[in-house]
Write a protein that binds this ligand. Sequence first.
Ligand SMILES: Nc1ncnc2c1ncn2[C@@H]1O[C@H](COP(=O)(O)OP(=O)(O)OP(=O)(O)O)[C@@H](O)[C@H]1O
Ligand SMILES: [Mg+2]
Length: 224
Amino acid sequence: MIIANNVHKRYKDLEVLKGVSLHVKTGEIVSIVGASGAGKTTLLQILGTLERPTAPTDFDTFVKINGVDVTSLKDKKLSKFRNQHIGFIFQFHQLLPEFTALENVCIPAMIHGQKFKNVSARGLELLQFLGLQDRATHKPNQLSGGEQQRVAVARALMNQPDVIFADEPSGNLDSKNADELHQLFFDLRDEFNQTFVLVTHNKELADMADRKLEMVDGNLSNGG
Ligand SMILES: Nc1ncnc2c1ncn2[C@@H]1O[C@H](COP(=O)(O)OP(=O)(O)OP(=O)(O)O)[C@@H](O)[C@H]1O
Ligand SMILES: [Mg+2]
């Protein structure tokens, strides 16, 4: 599903990633932990195609998602690939405030060129799966923090991504809502074989994962 090899990232003098390699199987839930500033977000953004790795001196750097080396895709193709194959969940839901929950969920499909009326049924189905069918017409500011984050999960699922990358998904939630969100990830894996890579400071979530990797000194421990 994901095979990353020898990924480097340098910001001027700061070498954040020093040749990270990682292998994630379909249906696997992998957590990435590590100290603040260790490079977890940087790695997740590179795996998620939002950032590009620094060109290495040796030529064996790649990030393959479902067999496609995303480091070789030009910007336009990359955006298209991202829209169709990758879902994101961030610490702050990043829902669009002027749109309803259902509209927010449908946006990835509309970016893909589909009409709202043709995808709203799937959007509603996702909201229903997440227990939010009664909140479909609410705007984000009319939802609780836990509900907002579950809408963000539904949005991430809209285009049936190969993998969902989540960066501190429960960082802004109380422990009850955090627990519910974490359980949801495992339910989605059981139901749809959904693959997840989760960056988290939440020990419970990190330990629930199939594999827990730690970013230390620009590399992943436990073999990636
Ligand atoms: N665009 C950038 N320009 C320069 N330095 C950056 C940039 N992005 C990140 N860094 C630096 O790279 C290092 C790793 O940052 P990153 O955000 O990946 O850490 P992190 O492990 O996600 O930390 P946290 O747990 O606090 O979120 C930090 O020292 C950060 O200051
Ligand atoms: Mg971070």
